[in-house]
Design a protein around this ligand. Structure first.
Ligand SMILES: Nc1ncnc2c1ncn2[C@@H]1O[C@H](COP(=O)(O)OP(=O)(O)OP(=O)(O)O)[C@@H](O)[C@H]1O
Length: 499
């Protein structure tokens, strides 16, 4: 098979940080090639070089055996490669049609021809089987449709090599299934994918080849059927011995008379109605449901981001003020919010400032905190969570995605909360760090605190004593630890089983 793209001996530094060292990668035309590695391994850096967003310090990139275009020649790059990021690159206020033909709108006698723009957009989407209304503002697209529009746009420039950077991170299981069948169809039509994911089962499901990076270096490349899951994990971690996921089924049940640390009493709000549950001391409770179930809204109401329209959240028997994050924090509720980019981190600030943000009042008086105190908090966070960083002063936006998520968790724990609310806590976090993070949940629980985990990931729900299932805004089921995937998914999806 011929190579659609080759990176040869590529190296890249950011100041003192070596992000890539002498990395070579060949992607064969027509395959789906997985790129995996732990947080900070260098995957995004390699993608930025393969897509012409940054220049390697050493080495070179070839497309179809020819040298890559000059960095500034965006037109030429666009005909060779595109990357669909987790974060949208569409302009939300423009329609789908305008986004598809941005800066190359069809014109008639020198002015933009709107009828042609809409017609050609529809033809383009139809030709790739994308059923999206071209008149819709792009900001209203679901993540799934937005990704398809971005793929169609890339294809329309002539690119047949597409990088998908953690495309499944924000999709529920049905949407993931649809994305994978779409990838297979496109592959049959001659499209090549480089697929980045922290979910190794996805690599086996949809890719034919896999490359592992570790600590900025190339570790292995091979056909997926020849690389077992344990070998993959070993290559990623540089250790042998695999992973152990905490499972609440293996520990003693919480006594029914254990007091509640937090009670949700008849909560109603945007997208959910009359939700009641208690979180007992030392208990981990999960909430599962599809994206439309209202599970995120319930969790956000618990930590004060949303005000309920009815009902209350009680901590130690006392109701919290509605929709008041600060009051919730004071009452001992720490949180890992749903979207680290908007609610979780101040990207321009250092790791030290981000981790200490919720506890400034404890570190110093009158808002004055000695830099050393902040740095000490951050140094501990870096060690506890295995954050790959040059030090506490590194700005959060210079961290890899997974390491940013670890900073968010460190901040949630910095205030020593009695209740921890975690929303998609392992999003973008690598397998080994996920194990460590779920281990932290176990530690917190063992200290007698309570944890609420809301996640799209079934693995994240394993440490839960019980999992509540929400569907269309109401509580429909509760599963004790030890649940079977089939039973839980059937309740999440609302599938009626025969038994
Ligand atoms: N702009 C930057 N300034 C300084 N360091 C950076 C910058 N971008 C990346 N790095 C560093 O380069 C290394 C590789 O980061 P990269 O984002 O490529 O990792 P990754 O494999 O994509 O990780 P993740 O799975 O967490 O997204 C990390 O140590 C990161 O902190």
């Amino acid at each position: 098979m011929s190579a659609i793209v080759e990176a040869i001996g590529v190296g890249r530094r950011y100041g003192p940080t070596v992000a890539l060292a002498d990395v070579s990668l060949t992607v064969a035309a027509g395959e789906s090639h997985a790129l995996v590695g732990r947080n900070g391994a260098g995957k995004s850096t390699l993608v930025s070089i393969l897509t012409g967003l940054s220049k390697p310090d050493t080495g070179s990139v070839l497309f179809g055996g020819e040298p890559a275009p000059a960095l500034g020649d965006r037109e030429a790059w666009r005909t060779r490669v595109a990357c669909v990021y987790q974060h949208s690159t569409v302009i939300p206020d423009l329609t789908v049609a305008e986004n598809l033909f941005i800066n190359r709108q069809p014109t008639r006698r020198g002015v933009i021809s709107w009828p042609r723009l809409r017609r050609e957009s529809r033809e383009l989407l139809d030709s790739w089987g994308v059923a999206v209304d071209v008149d819709l503002p792009a900001g209203e697209l679901s993540v799934e449709d937005r990704q398809l529009v971005e793929i169609a746009r890339a294809l329309s420039y002539g690119a047949r090599f597409i990088v998908l950077d953690e495309p499944t991170a924000q999709l529920d299981s049905d949407a993931i299934g649809r994305l994978f069948s779409r990838m297979r169809e496109l592959q049959d039509a001659g499209v090549t994918f480089l697929f980045i994911s922290h979910h190794l089962q996805e690599v086996y499901e949809v890719c034919q080849a896999v490359t592992v990076l570790r600590d900025a270096r190339h570790i292995l490349t091979g056909p997926v059927e020849e690389v077992s899951r344990s070998r993959l994990v070993d290559a990623m971690t540089g250790e042998t011995g695999g992973l152990t996921v905490v499972d609440a089924a293996g520990r003693e049940r919480i006594g029914a008379d254990t007091e509640d640390v937090l009670t949700a009493a008849g909560l109603s709000g945007d997208g959910f109605t009359d939700i009641s549950f208690g979180l007992r001391r030392g208990e981990v409770v999960g909430i599962a449901g599809s994206n439309a179930s209202g599970k995120h809204q319930v969790a956000e109401t618990v930590y004060g981001l949303r005000a309920p329209t009815a009902g209350a959240v009680l901590v130690g028997g006392r109701p919290l003020p509605r929709g008041d994050v600060k009051a919730a924090l004071r009452a001992g509720i720490g949180c890992v919010p749903r979207d680290r980019h908007h609610q979780g981190l101040v990207l321009g600030m250092s790791i030290a400032d981000n981790t200490a943000m919720s506890i400034l009042d404890r570190l110093g008086s009158g808002g004055l905190v000695a830099p050393r105190a902040r740095a000490a908090v951050a140094t501990k966070a870096i060690a506890d969570h295995g954050i790959v960083a040059s030090g506490p002063a590194q700005p959060a936006d210079a961290l890899s995605g997974g390491n940013q998520q670890k900073v968010v968790l460190a901040r949630a724990l910095a205030s020593d909360p009695s209740v921890l609310v975690l929303i998609n806590p392992t999003a973008g976090v690598d397998v080994k760090s996920k194990e460590a993070l779920l281990g932290q949940v176990e530690r917190i629980r063992a200290e007698g605190k309570a944890v609420l985990i809301v996640s799209d990931e079934l693995d994240d729900l394993r440490p839960c004593d019980r999992v509540l299932v929400l569907r269309a805004g109401t509580l429909v089921a509760e599963h004790e630890a030890g649940w079977s995937v089939g039973d839980l998914v059937a309740d999440i999806e609302g599938v009626v089983t025969d038994d």
